[in-house]
Design a protein around this ligand. Structure first.
Ligand code: ZN
Length: 209
């Protein structure tokens, strides 16, 4: 049986497996669509993006929440840059829950929360990818987390996971500018965002027909 995510509505430009715990990045042209597939479910996919022609014009989590009027990311959400330029539109979403308040895991956070500073982290994955584009720690900003479940209660209390995405859930992100997309397939093992079992995800880039 063909999974729904395997049906791509247009010519495929790239189709790459992102191994468990690995980073990934790619430049996309305006109009191309990035499909991120949570192949096995319950896998957090940390995400950053930068204007391909001006890296200082980069993802703005706070402005994205303000302009969309919601702290959660879902179908129809427009992802904005610090200059309030649309970077991506979430044109398809089979999961229904994505976070942009939880940020990414880091060596410092793993030390502070779990006394495990040597565990792999999304921050290090991001930095390894950013180096390819001449960027470094000063270019890190608050990120977005696809398929990561961060419920927020009425009193403001929040928690990380457990994940709710099912095998084969995907998001389609239409590039609204020439953009660099950066992914960390979250390696976190100390909390339930990945169900204590980091798994591979797939990145497909296509040109909508
Ligand atoms: Zn992480």
């Amino acid at each position: 049986m063909t999974a729904r995510w395997e049906s791509v509505p247009g010519p495929v430009v790239a189709n790459e497996l992102i191994a468990a715990r690995a980073g990934w990045s790619r430049s996309l042209q305006h109009g191309e669509v990035l499909r991120l597939v949570d192949l096995e479910g319950k896998q957090a996919v940390d995400f950053l993006c930068y204007n391909a022609h001006d890296h200082e014009d980069r993802y703005a989590a706070a402005d994205t929440m303000k302009i969309n009027g919601n702290i959660f990311i879902g179908k129809g959400t427009v992802i904005y840059s610090v200059n309030c330029n649309p970077m991506f539109t979430l044109v398809e979403d089979t999961c229904g829950f994505h976070d942009t308040i939880g940020g990414c895991c880091s060596s410092a956070l793993n030390r502070r929360r779990y006394s495990k500073p040597d565990d792999p982290s999304c921050r290090q994955n991001f930095l390894d990818q950013l180096r390819r584009y001449g960027m470094g720690p000063r270019d890190m900003v608050a990120n977005l987390n696809f398929f990561m479940h961060v419920p927020v209660a009425a009193d403001g209390s929040m928690d990380m996971g457990p994940g709710i995405s099912r095998p084969g859930d995907f998001v389609d992100l239409r590039a609204e500018m020439d953009v660099v997309a950066v992914v960390s397939n979250c390696p976190q093992m100390n909390n339930p965002v990945n169900d204590y079992n980091p798994t591979p995800v797939r990145a497909i880039v296509y040109r909508p027909a």
